[in-house]
Design a protein. Structure first.
Length: 325
């Protein structure tokens, strides 16, 4: 009986691995000490953009791995770069960045012209209270919504009025991270306090998104994207990268309940604290190696640990509609 159970466990493990996607690998020759965090794609030409925490810049990457700096280190006051989104109509690149300077916490929002690199809009939140602009969406209502991880809040940018303001602050979104939205404009937020949350922008009502099977992953998601009535999240809360994963949650027609859960990839050998993802048509682009574990353990510095780091790597997955409970 023990031999049978052992064989069954091996078979199930093999089947689980077979069900996972085998990604295309985009390797680069960027500096090792980039500490990349955010990723977005320009749908006009497929260029990938990656933000850097340690070098405070934005790198443009082609599908063959060739690259150049779109925004130089510290350009126009860019700080430690996190979430980014591309505005395909305006051809602007929106990015959030942060840094602690003395007793001040600085959080910035920049809009850069993709063709010229010129800054088009810029917003700064300066406070002695902790703030961390983490991720953002460009919503169909024309505004940007930004997660503030330290402040349990969402901030709003109105590009027409050129105004940054607090949108909602609530314990239900304590420690928010990734953010995305569906075809009807419903907003979804990854939080470390209450897992996946849904937000109605008109009423500002927050409610949990229920139906997940693995609460550990649901409460430790980083970047979120929306595709084909499903939310895809990057889980990087595991003790080792062998358990980090990319997870896909299918939703019901109204978008208020999870109906299926699928592991797209788990324990990829190229994972070194994967963070965020981006969608282009039916492909998912995941930033595989932020090295945030090594960076944070070194007092949030890449100095002296280059041997533990590596150039930016992006994994590209062909997405499937088949997500079972």
């Amino acid at each position: 009986m023990k031999k049978f159970l052992f064989s069954l466990m091996i078979l199930l493990a093999v089947l689980d691995l077979a069900a996972q996607s085998v990604p295309e690998i985009i390797t680069t020759r960027t500096e090792k000490d980039v500490i990349p965090e955010g990723i977005t794609i320009n749908p006009v030409n497929g260029t990938i953009y990656v933000s850097s925490i340690a070098l405070q810049k934005i790198i443009a990457i082609n599908k063959d791995g060739s690259h150049k700096d779109l925004i130089k280190s510290g350009q126009d006051g860019l700080l430690e770069g996190l979430g980014m989104k591309t505005d395909p109509k305006a051809q602007w690149l929106w990015v959030v960045s942060n840094k602690k300077q003395g007793s001040w916490y600085l959080s910035c929002v920049h809009a850069f012209d993709i063709k010229t690199g010129v800054v088009k809009q810029k917003y700064i939140l300066k406070d002695t209270t902790r703030h961390l602009f983490n991720d953002l969406i460009l919503h169909p209502d024309g505004k940007l919504y930004i997660t503030d991880t330290y402040d349990s809040s969402l901030y709003e940018v109105d590009p027409v009025r050129e105004k940054l303001s607090l949108f909602v602050k609530d314990s239900l979104i304590a420690w928010p991270n990734g953010i995305t939205y569906n075809a009807n404009g419903k907003v979804y937020i990854a939080t470390y306090s209450h897992g996946l949350m849904q937000l109605d922008l008109l009423s500002k009502k927050l409610t949990p998104l229920k139906g997940y099977t693995d609460s550990t992953k649901a409460y430790n998601l980083d970047g979120l994207v929306f595709w084909n009535n499903s939310i895809i999240g990057v889980y990087n809360g595991a003790k080792t990268n062998k358990d980090n994963a990319v997870v896909q949650y299918s939703l019901n027609n109204s978008g208020d309940e999870i109906t299926g859960e699928k592991i797209i990839d788990k324990g990829n050998e190229l994972f070194h604290d994967p963070t965020t993802a981006a969608i282009l048509e039916n492909k998912l682009y995941v930033l595989a190696n932020s090295y945030l574990g090594e960076y944070n353990a070194n007092k949030e510095s890449a100095v002296g640990i280059s041997g533990q780091l590596g150039p930016v790597t992006v994994l590209v997955y062909e997405l499937s509609r088949n997500v079972k409970k």
